[in-house]
Write a protein that binds this ligand. Structure first.
Ligand code: UDP
Length: 195
């Protein structure tokens, strides 16, 4: 089985290795691909929000974020064997992005957090190409400017850290306007990285 269904949300049966491989495949494709990291909270939220459920199911890859999803999978068909959190997957991808000289854009969190996260990432991944950053508190009117900033940065990957639901909705709505190859929702990851 390639995926299981937990209360109407598709979770792909991937471990770290497989998830990473998929992301690298997406990076070499010609159109944007979306990766979401559903956890139990998101699956519960999707129960009262059909639109959110639909958005979650529209992704190209949904990794089982959190042990709760792995446990729940036992009761909903196939058992998942490994949790793959958004933060960990993002960090696992970094050396590959560095090696393949892919361009990374960090979007989200409060002003200056993404810049600090960039600084810290560059301490670990010295040759990583972080082509741009922007905070996650912009209005509908400012949205086009943010899209333009991302596209003019020639980003291959956009990590979107605007918290669950908000980031998935933003990604869903703007996917077609973005010229990158991989867009991934990573929750509060930039806060962690900026610390
Ligand atoms: N965030 C953002 N824009 C918003 C709301 C939140 O960039 O409009 C950021 C917030 O600064 C934090 C991250 O999203 O870095 C996660 O926020 P929160 O903890 O509220 O989300 P959750 O843990 O529910 O995913």
């Amino acid at each position: 089985k390639d995926s299981i269904n937990i209360l109407g949300v598709r979770i792909d049966c991937v471990n770290f290795k497989k998830a990473k491989e998929k992301c690298l495949e997406f990076l070499n494709s010609s159109s944007p691909h979306i990766v979401f990291t559903p956890n139990v909270e998101m699956i519960m939220l999707a129960q009262k929000d059909e639109k959110f459920k639909k958005i979650l199911n529209s992704s190209d890859l949904n990794v089982p974020d959190g042990i709760g999803v792995v446990w729940a999978s036992k009761y909903f068909g196939e058992k998942l064997y490994e949790r793959v959190t958004g933060f960990d997957l993002m960090m696992e991808l970094m050396p590959e992005l560095e090696r393949h000289q892919k361009r990374v854009f960090l979007l989200g969190a409060k002003p200056s957090v993404a810049e600090k996260a960039k600084e810290n990432l560059l301490k670990i991944f010295k040759n990583l190409s972080i082509c741009g950053t922007h905070h996650g508190y912009f209005s509908q009117e400012e949205n086009e400017k943010v899209i333009e900033l991302i596209n003019s940065s020639k980003a291959d990957v956009v990590f979107v850290a605007m918290g669950m639901k908000k980031q998935e909705e933003w990604i869903y709505k703007n996917k077609k306007k973005l010229n990158c190859k991989l867009i991934m929702g990573v929750g509060g990851s930039l806060d962690v990285l900026s610390g």
